[in-house]
Every structure is written in structure tokens, then in C-alpha cells.
Design a protein around this ligand. Structure first.
Ligand SMILES: [Zn+2]
Length: 493
């Protein structure tokens, strides 16, 4: 059973019974005062919980990395179409991005959905570390929980539409299908295409190990690739005639690693070598390294980019190679919003945390085996209070770019092992079974409730806008380093 309050259970079951019996049985309280719109939203979510779990299961079982989420995005878009949404696919130049709308006129509230998986984290829905066996060629996995993210957001949008209709309210609800979050691509290009420009507010959520409002900011991140070109030659017969692009990559990495000491403490640099040559007896003529440059404020990431350009240039001089820089994505730090966070807190408190059973606690406890510092309680079972000040996430999200366009609020819901790190096998395991799916239902109900209240109350929207304007006015507005004519990447590599 989900975390329904008793009152909701009574209302929902009275209605369900009435519908099943085909008679108009109206609860006595409802006869005097109409139910708030979230009751209809909750009813839709609870009535369709099996379908939602099945959708999550299909997306979870078919993990697709960024920009390849054809199956996953189709699952969600189809669900929305069946519920009466108008869906525009392939927006902003990305085949797996879509925008779905229902309702009419203002206000317009958006809910963000993500559905990309991560490479190299294949995991079965088991409480021990075990790659999936049924489809071993798929090495990706939902280690950030985006299968439940997309499904819950989609459910919230449909439930909001149900609530709007039941209450006879105007306004528009939109679901944004945003691909490739893990590479910070989807929303960056959707914002650039102007898809959020007429929105009044946006909501998002994320699977977490705690349940709380994400009244937070995060790190900005620039995703940049350096592709070096040299000359190939036999590595033993004529090495003097070759120029190694791999040497340039390695020297660039040495320079970047020395740079770390002279950056602000909040800076992060990580890289992978995406191309390093074919085999040892050929001097590699091309090689590529892919960097994420992160900092708490975007201006510092811009400064890091300048330094990295000089280091890349130095590497070309040392190796007589050339280099091309490609900035794929540029995500900003999140701009928090107090009124939207308070609204979400009210609805999260109303819905309550996921209620886990003993079987699920035992499952989660087993997954703590390689987490020596994990909390004693294997699953978090409270709703944390709203903090006075925004907290700081040391990761990044392209929701940041949306948050500088439109007032944005979000939540985290406990969907996996307490204390599990992000992007871990524990997250894949838990989101492929009932632990994550209970969190998914809580997220859907909370977002729908908040969206409906916002659509019905203009003063709330005005408060959110005032807070947005004040924060935007007192912070340095991030300046995107993405070239204006930069085409959308077609793959993550
Ligand atoms: Zn994520």
C-alpha cells in the first residue's frame, strides 16, 4: 500500500466503489464542499499504479544512454497521447525530445521528465552486485533512477490534467520530455530553442536516498572535448616521422591535473579518453579527451575553460599536433525558489514518505554490503523539513538552465538504499523493483498536487515570480559558452 493518508483512502475508495457500482454515492463532506483538485489527481495515479509500474519496468529493462532514448521517450509520449495530450516529438533538433500539452491558456505549468541511462552500470534487480544476464550486451543501467523519474513526471502531468478537468479549471499543463540529462544536453538545447519562454513555472524531481524538497543549488558544468590531430607512422620503424595525438592528450591531462591545485576548492575536473589510438605499433594520428569542468558558480567554470584552452594549446606545441575544441553542453547552477519549495513541502507532507515493508528493508540492507559508512536504517522513512537556506548539491543538472528561465521547484524522494552513492549499482537495483516504484508514486502525487494548486492560485505564481526576479537580480546571470551556431550533438560520444 502506498503512503496514502487515511482521509484520502476513504475518499478514493468511496469514489472507486461508487464508480464500480455505477451509482452516484457522494461522501457527505464532499456534498457541502468540493474536493480539492488533487483528490482527482491522486485517484488517477492510484488507479493507474499498475500501468505506471509496468512503464517503469519497460524503460528500466531497456536502458538507453543519452540521445538514444527512442524506446523510453516513446513509452512516455504514448502514455500522454492516450490521456489526451498533444505531443510534439523531435523538438529542438533532438529526435528523443518532446513536449506534451493539455488544457488551454494561462497559466502554463511544466513538469520535467528525464529517461536516459548511464553506460557501464548494468545491474539486475537483486540485492547483490550482479550484472543483468537476460540482455548482457546492454551494459547501461538506470544508475540515476531516470526510468522512475520519467514515469513519475509523466504520471504527474496526466494526473494534473485529470485534476484540472474535474475542477473545471483553466490553464495548461506541459510535460517536457528531456533527453540526455547525464551529459547535460537535453534541456540546454531545449532552453536555447525557446521551449520554456512562455512557461510560468516548472517542477522536477529526482530519486534520492532521502525524501525532501530540493530547495537547493548545484554546480555549473561545461562539457568540452579536445580532439588532437597528428601524423601516423610505424611506431618502431619510423617513429621520428610520427606525431602522436595520444601524447598530446596525455600532456594535456598532466597540465589539467597540475591546474587543480590553483582552482577554487569547489572546482571539479573529470575526464575520460574517448579515443586513444588503434594499436601500439601505429603512432596515433587522432586522439580525444572529454572533460567536465564544474564549479559552484558558472563564472568560475568559464575561468576554468580559459585555462584549459591554454593547456590544450601548450600540448599541441609540445607534440606538434593541432587541436579542435567542441563544447557540447553548458549547464548552469540551479536557481532555487522559496515559494515553490514551500508549496512542494506542503504537498510532500500531505502525501507522506514512501512506506516500505520488511521485505524491502531487508533488500536495501543487503545492498549496504559495500557501504561501510551507510546509516543504520536501510531505507529513509521520513519527510525532511524545509531548511531555511538552500542547500548545495555537489553534482550538476541541466535543470539549472531551466531555473534561470522560469521559477523552478523540485523534490527528492527516497527510492533507494540509504547512504548509497549516486550512479551506483544500488540505485539500478532498487529502481527496478518496488522500492523505487513506491517513491515514484509519492513523487507523482506530490508534483501533481503542487502543480494543481499553482494553476489554481495566481498569488502563488506571483510570489514565485517575485522570488525568481529577486534572486536573478542579485546573482551574476550565467553567460553560456555554447557557441551560438553549435549544432545539437547526435550521440554522447
Ligand atoms: Zn539523474
Amino acid at each position: 500500500m502506498f503512503a496514502l493518508r487515511i482521509g484520502s483512502i476513504v475518499r478514493i475508495f468511496t469514489t472507486v466503489t461508487a464508480l464500480a457500482m455505477g451509482v452516484a454515492v457522494v461522501p457527505r463532506a464532499a456534498a457541502q464542499k468540493p474536493s480539492p483538485p488533487y483528490v482527482a489527481a491522486d485517484l488517477w495515479i492510484e488507479s493507474n499504479a499498475d500501468t505506471l509500474r509496468a512503464v517503469n519496468h519497460r524503460i528500466w529493462s531497456h536502458p538507453e544512454v543519452g540521445l538514444q532514448e527512442h524506446y523510453s521517450s516513446a513509452q512516455l509520449a504514448t502514455l500522454l497521447e492516450r490521456a489526451g495530450f498533444e505531443v510534439e516529438r523531435g523538438v529542438a533538433g533532438m529526435p528523443t525530445a518532446f513536449v506534451a500539452s493539455a488544457g488551454q491558456g494561462r497559466p502554463i505549468v511544466g513538469i520535467l521528465a528525464e529517461y536516459d541511462a548511464l553506460p557501464g552500470v548494468s545491474q539486475a534487480p537483486t540485492p547483490d552486485r550482479r550484472p543483468r544476464e537476460e540482455n548482457p550486451e546492454l551494459d547501461a543501467g538506470h544508475a540515476c533512477g531516470h526510468s522512475i523519474f520519467g514515469t513519475a513526471s509523466t504520471a504527474a502531468a496526466i494526473a494534473t490534467w485529470e485534476g484540472l478537468q474535474s475542477a473545471g479549471l483553466g490553464g495548461t499543463i506541459r510535460l517536457y520530455g528531456t533527453p540526455a540529462e547525464e551529459t547535460g544536453v537535453g534541456k540546454v538545447y531545449m532552453v536555447r530553442a525557446g521551449l520554456f519562454s512562455d512557461l510560468d513555472a516548472a517542477f522536477h524531481w529526482h530519486a534520492g536516498d532521502k525524501t525532501r524538497v530540493s530547495y537547493s543549488t548545484c554546480k555549473a558544468v561545461i562539457s568540452v572535448k579536445y580532439r588532437f590531430s597528428g601524423l601516423n607512422a610505424h611506431a618502431s620503424l619510423s617513429p621520428h616521422q610520427g606525431r602522436s595525438a595520444l601524447d598530446a592528450v596525455e600532456l594535456m591531462n598532466v597540465g589539467a591535473n597540475y591546474l587543480r591545485e590553483h582552482l577554487r576548492e569547489d572546482a571539479r575536473i573529470h575526464y575520460v579518453i574517448t579515443e586513444g589510438g588503434g594499436q601500439p605499433n601505429v603512432v596515433p594520428p587522432t586522439a580525444e579527451v572529454w572533460y567536465y569542468l564544474r564549479a559552484d558558480v558558472h563564472q568560475d567554470a568559464e575561468h576554468m575553460l580559459e585555462r584549459m584552452r591554454e593547456i590544450a594549446d601548450g600540448a599541441t606545441r609540445m607534440t606538434r599536433t593541432t587541436v579542435e575544441e567542441r563544447i557540447d553542453a553548458d549547464s548552469f547552477e540551479l536557481l532555487p525558489n522559496r515559494p515553490l519549495s514551500e508549496l512542494l513541502q506542503r504537498h510532500l507532507d500531505r502525501v507522506g514518505p514512501p512506506l516500505f515493508d520488511e521485505r524491502e528493508r531487508a533488500f536495501a540492507r543487503s545492498t549496504q554490503v559495500d557501504l561501510p559508512d551507510a546509516p543504520e536504517e536501510p531505507l529513509f522513512t521520513d519527510v525532511m523539513p524545509l531548511p531555511d537556506r538552500p542547500w548545495h548539491i555537489k553534482a550538476s543538472t541541466d535543470v539549472g538552465n531551466v531555473s534561470w528561465q522560469v521559477p523552478t521547484g523540485g523534490i527528492n524522494v527516497a527510492c533507494y538504499t540509504n547512504g548509497a552513492p549516486g550512479h551506483s549499482w544500488q540505485i539500478v537495483a532498487c529502481t527496478g523493483m518496488s522500492i523505487g516504484e513506491k517513491g515514484m508514486i509519492v513523487a507523482a502525487r506530490t508534483l501533481a498536487g503542487a502543480a494543481l494548486e499553482l494553476l489554481a492560485d495566481k498569488t502563488l505564481l506571483d510570489d514565485a515570480r517575485r522570488d525568481f526576479d529577486a534572486r536573478r537580480g542579485s546573482s551574476p546571470v550565467p553567460r553560456s559558452v555554447l557557441p551560438q551556431d553549435q549544432e545539437v550533438p547526435t550521440a554522447i560520444r
